[in-house]
Write a protein that binds this ligand. Sequence first.
Ligand code: ASP
Length: 354
Amino acid sequence: MIKTLTYFCVFFLLFGCKNNENQHDRNENSSQKTLNEEKNFGIVIHGGAGTILKKNMNDSLETAYKTKLKEAISVGYEILKNGGTSLEAVTHTINVLEDSPLFNSGKGAVFTHEGSNELDASIMDGKTLNAGAVAGVKHIKNPINLAFDVMEKSEHVMLYGSGAEEFAQTLGYKMMDTSYFYTQNRYESLQKVLIKENNNTNEQVSFEDSFIKNSKFGTVGCAALDKHGNLAAGTSTGGMTNKRWNRIGDSPIIGAGTYANNATCAVSATGWGEYFIRSVVAYDISALMEYKGLSLQEAAKEVIQRKVPALGGDGGIVAIDKDGNVAMEFNTAGMYRATMNAKGELIIKIYKDE
Ligand code: ASP
C-alpha cells in the first residue's frame, strides 16, 4: 500500500511538474509572441521652423511641401515596418528632404555672405550613444550620409570643411560641383539681405534683421524608434542665409541640434542656432526626462516654450521617446512637420493652429 502510494506521489509530482513546465513554456511563448506583435515603432520629421504663415503660402506650394514630407516619412516608415534600424530610417528619410530644393539642406541650402553653400549635419545612435557630424562641407550631396560615416568609419565625432571632404573622398564619395546647390529663390534671399546691408551702411544691421527675418527656414531632421527598441536622430542644414566667417549653427552639434539616448528620447532641432547651442536644446530635453522624470512632451515644452525664448531664441524640435510618444514643439508661427506611428497613422502639419 505504502509502495503504491509512493509510486502515485512520484508520478503525480513528475507529471504535475512537466505539466507546469509546459504551461510555463506556453505562457512564455505567448507573452513573447505578444511582445513581438506589439513591438512599437514610430517616426517624426521636420522641415524647419520659422515665420511660416498661411497668408504667405499658396495652395500649390503648400501641397508641394506636404507631398514631399509625406514621401520622406513614408521611406522611413517602410524601413521601420520591415524591421530596419532607426539609423537607416533617419538617414534615408533625410536623404529625400536633402534632395528636394524645398528645404534648406543639400539641394536648396541657403547661401553664405560670400554666395556659397556650407552644409552641416549630424546623427546619433541612441543604443550606443555613438555620434557623427560634419560642418561646413561644400561638395557633399547628402551630408547626413557623411555624418553617418564619420560615426561608423572614423574614430571621430565631428569633421569640418575640407578635412571632412578629404575623408569623404577616401570612402569614394562623389564631389558635387558647387552649382548643384544653386537655387534661384535661396540666391534671391541672400541678395535681399545684402541690399539691405548696403543700404544701411551707417546703421548697423542687427543680427536678427540680417539672419532671421530674411532667412527662409527649412533645415530638416528626423527622429525614429525601431522595432528593436533603438532610437536615433539626425539633422541636416545649410545653416542661415548670409552666414559668414564659417559660422556653424546647432545642427551639427551633438546635444544642441541632435541627440538620442535609448534611455530617454531622440531629438532633432531647428531654429536660431546660436540660441539652440547655448540652451543645449536636444540634450536638455533628454536630461529633463532622465533626471527630473518629465514626460517627453513636458520636457520639450519646458525647453522650447520657456528656456529658449527666455534667452531670445526661437525655433522648434521633433522628438520620439523610447515608448513611441512623439513631440513636435515649436514657438514660431509654423514648422513643417510630420509623424507616423506603428499603425501607419500619418499626421502632416505646417502652421501653429491646425
Ligand atoms: N538651426 C539652423 C542653424 O542655426 C537653422 C535652422 O534650423 O533653420 O544653422
